[in-house]
Design a protein around this ligand. Sequence first.
Ligand code: PLP
Length: 485
Amino acid sequence: MRQLRTLVGDVLDVLGDVGEGRATPVAPGGPTAVRAYAEDVLAEPLLPAAGGKPAEVLRQLVQAYANWAVDVSHPATVARMQCPPTAVAVAADLVTSALNQSMHAWEAGPFALELERRLIQDLADLVGYGTDAGGTVTAGGSISNIMAMLVARDEAYQRRFGRSTFDSGIAVGGVRPVVLCTETVHFSVDRGASIAGIGADGIIRVPADELGRMIPAEADRILTELPAGHLPVMLFVCAGSTDFGWVDPLPELAEVARRHGVWLHADAAYGGGALFSDRLRPLFDGLAEADSVTLDLHKFGWVPASAGIFLTRDAAHLEHLAAQQTSLNAPDDVAEGFVGRYGHSIQATRRCDALKIAATLRAYGRDGIGAMVDACHDLSRYGAARVGREPKLELAAEPVLSTVLFRYLPDGDTDVDTFNSGLRRQLMRDGHAMLARVFLPNAGGGKDVWLKLMLLNPATTGEQLDQVIDDVLAAGAALEAAGRS
Ligand SMILES: *Cc1c(COP(=O)(O)O)cnc(C)c1O
């Protein structure tokens, strides 16, 4: 521990120095500059024949890492869902590494197991689930969505054929498993479908309203008209879409799912944070009617990645993941309580990410986290109002959670999509701002390029956000001028 204390002290000094010396969210120069920098500072092999002094090795690597890190607490870091984590969560994360517990066996982390079990209970309670609920801390929203797809598939096959897909695989009865969702769900759905053996051809896109929300009557119609050989595995709905933050109409979709006996999964990886907010929580009414829910506390939640959550309304459904008998769940050990959470997961060895989540939840409480979510929501409305006043900018829609979607309108016949794509890359190259680019469906059936501000830093002020928008306007004007000359 003495060596750890010294090393941690050292690296915190390095981080402090690097932080003081920087003004932009990232160093300038783009991919070429970071490659050249890396080739320089990593000139020596990472695996030398003989090792070096830990303190020196660490300082050198951390210095380089931090120099070219994206500053997630900078007001102009608004591209990805990378929150600035709380200090209490980061400190807890250090303990997770130092004590190196694992979730897959009782003998690998007895208290860690109890902590995760309790955390899952409390988060299930937040969602509105009862005491039968179960779940797992996961490596993120994608993994949670993929787990949901696997559990729902196994449940559907079990009900139809009375057998576990763990034995039979999906090639039974000549059925075609399908998943229903809208066009604008997170791309992990496609990946999940691939892993679950459903494939892109098995994804049925349900028509959405003009805001991208699933139309319940359409979902009902598709399920009613499904050909006999099709096995509906799940209705995948969005509780806070990645771009607009919209919530599919949960109560109505729950009714459709129930009527057809189909698993309902709600993806609240981004939106779940709104559950902490009294103001935004009503948008999520009906969430507890879903059979499973994805949350992600490394987004709204201010915990460093990974901090994904997969919840099921009934813990018994997780049994599908535990179909295999291994040395980790031998019946005599299980009978006496010596059991890990291997059966709740698709991993074996697994970090105890519950510790940093629990520390943050306890230190801030629902009110504290809710206030941070509200601050981000306020900021997005402020940003949208500013965009609305700028003649060179077009706003895509009013914010729902914490995103601002807009684009720059260049003069003349410049292609708007190409222009905005180039503008975003230029801002990153200059190191001035990290924005996201999204492709939103347009009325003509195609897609348009828009820029996105993903606001997850409750400490950012309106003035600072104005500065970011000023920078976008200045870079846009410069790009236009360069195009004319
Ligand atoms: C971010 C996000 C995911 C994926 O989560 P990761 O933690 O990045 O894997 C899934 N669904 C939605 C709606 C998201 O916003």
